[in-house]
Write a protein that binds this ligand. Structure first.
Ligand code: MTE
Ligand code: MO
Length: 418
């Protein structure tokens, strides 16, 4: 089959042109409404709530699983994994501590009532409807991949770089690595009769419509270029060997390895396969880079995740002087396997290699450790920085954008030695 382009940048450039010429459909929301909305909000839609006050810490609205404070920090409708809670856990994030990012609330869906409809002008025939049993009867694949919010680390634009950004002020815990089992999206698209005219597929969730500033944006949905859809995207019905938990998309979610979390649509209900480029608020006003240094209408829609590192250590932890401490953490990149991780215990003056405890692979993280015997009592700053196999490293400062996406700078983690 010939594909529009396997190169994302060429593809996005082409699609931006069509968007600008008004050839694309904004899918449910009139483009002028989106533009008005963006203007009213200064292109920074207040889509995400900020952290809940401590008094509201009992439950995040709309999440089903328990959210004990030692495992999660609650942020509005979302729950952030606390990195110290990953220490001693394996490569995969246990379901009880996997972060949750909900635009609204977790819907309760029965597998026996669930249907997936694949439809649109990019198919050779009418819609294909699959039941849960149909899907489970198709050949299964298993893969390990992280789901990471595009806004992971956003809080550091403000706390470390002194910049104002809109959106949930995550620290580094809006990521989890799952072992996903399901059916290749490519197999289902072929079953549905995808043709060479197909350009974009648009998976859509069954959770409630998202209303921002009085405008109904419709259900969560984000176009995925056909090239990626046919490459490694998975329709997952299991996470870590169990059926998907309700908060993570039961009965079926999409997993798009290496790409920003919003691509991995949960509670999947239908997939449009279109022969024209598709748009939704999630690839026009949201999930692009806006601000100085970026094009007027924003960058191309965001795809791959950046490079990050985190210590599995309390923020502002207290560590004993002259006693061996084992510093542990994780590093990950959306582009390529992590190659090296370096740690500094003196605010960035000297660096040494951390030992890696996973064989690095694309789309996942590596666990690492570095022994340290703090000598001088007082405050210190711990830093960890990774390099991936493309040669990419973590900068000192992340490039500003109004919505605080794709933070990749080295985080300065404060501790006190006593
Ligand atoms: N249907 C639906 N899919 C969704 C979302 C949502 O709110 N609704 N949130 C997206 C975002 S922004 C992220 S980061 C990931 C989070 O996945 P998780 O909650 O399983 O960690 O799901 C994505 N898929
Ligand atoms: Mo996200």
């Amino acid at each position: 089959m010939s594909r529009p382009s396997s190169s994302e940048s060429v593809y996005d450039h082409h699609r931006r042109g069509q968007w600008a010429r008004g050839e694309a459909r904004a899918h449910g929301v009139a483009r002028r409404d989106l533009m008005k909305l963006a203007a009213a909000a200064g292109t920074a839609l207040p889509l995400a709530a900020t952290a809940s006050p401590p008094s509201a810490a009992a439950a995040a609205a709309g999440i089903v699983k328990p959210l004990p404070p030692e495992l999660f920090t609650l942020r509005g409708t979302n729950a952030e994994t606390r990195f110290p809670a990953l220490r001693g856990t394996g490569h995969h994030t246990p379901a009880d501590r996997f972060f949750v990012r909900n635009h609204t609330t977790t819907p309760r869906i029965e597998a026996r009532d669930w249907r997936l409809t694949v439809w649109g002008g990019g198919l050779s025939a009418g819609p294909l409807t699959l039941t849960y049993d149909h899907l489970r009867a198709l050949p299964a694949r298993t893969l390990t991949a992280f789901i990471e919010c595009a806004g992971n680390g956003r809080g550091f634009y403000t706390t470390q770089q002194g910049q104002d950004v809109s959106g949930t002020a995550w620290t580094l815990g809006a990521i989890g690595v799952g072992r996903w089992r399901g059916v290749r999206l490519a197999d289902v698209l072929k079953l549905a009769g995808i043709t060479r005219r197909a350009v974009d597929v648009m998976p859509r969730g069954l959770d409630d419509e998202v209303v921002v500033a009085g405008v109904d944006l419709g259900r969560v949905r984000r176009p995925l270029p056909v090239a990626k859809a046919l490459d490694d995207a998975l329709l997952a019905y299991e996470m870590n060997g169990e059926e998907l938990p309700p908060d993570h998309g039961f009965p079926v979610r999409l997993v798009v390895p290496g790409w920003i979390g919003v691509s991995s649509v949960k509670w999947l209900g239908d997939i449009e396969v279109a022969d024209v480029p598709l748009y939704s608020p999630w690839n026009t006003d949201l999930y692009r880079l806006f601000g100085p240094g970026h094009p007027e209408g924003g960058s191309a829609p965001l795809t791959r995740q950046t490079l990050k590192s985190a210590f599995e250590l309390e923020w502002a932890a207290t560590l004993p002087a002259r006693r061996p401490t084992l510093l542990t953490g994780r590093s990950w990149s959306g582009a390529a396997p992590v190659r090296t991780v370096e740690v500094s215990t003196d605010g960035g003056a000297r660096w040494r290699r951390a030992a890696l405890h996973d064989s690095p692979r694309r789309g996942s993280w590596v666990r690492w450790s570095a022994p340290w015997i703090p000598t001088r009592p007082g405050p210190a700053e711990l830093l960890a920085r990774a390099a991936d196999a493309t040669g990419r490293t973590q900068p000192e400062t992340a490039a500003y954008n109004t919505q605080g996406y794709l933070f990749d700078a080295v985080v300065r983690h404060p501790v006190t030695v006593v």
